[in-house]
Design a binder for this molecule. Sequence first.
Ligand code: ASP
Length: 307
Amino acid sequence: MPEPGNHARVITITTEAEDGPMLLIHGGAGSRGNHNAEEVDRDLNRALDAGYARLKAGASAEEAVIAAIHVMEDAPEFNAGRGAALTSDGIVQMDACLMDGDGSVGAATGLGTARNPIDVAQAVKDKTKHVLFAEPTAQELADWGIETEDNEYFITDERRRQLVNAQNNGDDWQKHGTIGAVARDAQGHIAAGTSTGGITNQMHGRVGDSPLPGCGTFADQRSVAVSCTGIGEAFIKAVAANQIASRVRFAGQSVEDAAKATLDEIDGYHGDGGVIILPAKGRGVVAYNSETMKFGFRSESESKVQS
Ligand code: ASP
């Protein structure tokens, strides 16, 4: 079994507001790089604007999660939708998961044409009797009303450069950019969503934690909504999102303690990353043991982004 890490590495940020509508988002955990902080700040704020406006208008937590994720999927600097990381054969294969606190969930992997992968997750959840779908066909996407693009649309010069770099100099698995959102609506319902291109230079067909309910994404009205980012293999081994929820629900741990203990386990599996967590009642938490984490949150009384 892995040696547990040490809490000292985990940074936690807790929201001030304890109740009412709230939205937390992330744009990936990683190492200090040369990303354009101004653009990231701007797009995190745009995602908060879009999602929080839905909550203010009385929409459900799930709708707010989707609205925030759409903005980040469309923004090329995040590793999701346009700007997704490239596989070792130079294409985009995206994954997404959407889960409501009532236990309904949908997810999809290996997406190469869906403009907004989170919409496919929602379609699997609402339009099929299944939970997890691999490589839906063009016909299925059309039947579900999913907008599509050529694979080229998703590929940016920056991601091409990162792939060449990874192939010439070895993988740098410390660089992430997966996006996610957790929301609580005016009725106190919670939901979580995550969308990713995976990890640069991953093998064709590799699936990370993001689309796996309980690993990279989880929501349970009796505890918390969680979205993760980081080395997916470690988050899968730790069943990270469910572990956090179970620590809160069954062991009575605080959200902060549950996040710290789970990230410690991830450290033990030689992974790092971050999580955003929102309980049905109580303060939201951002926690990470990577060098940095891009995140934002908004409630009636506060609004913050970190790039
Ligand atoms: N967790 C994602 C994956 O393994 C990567 C990331 O967060 O950047 O697919």
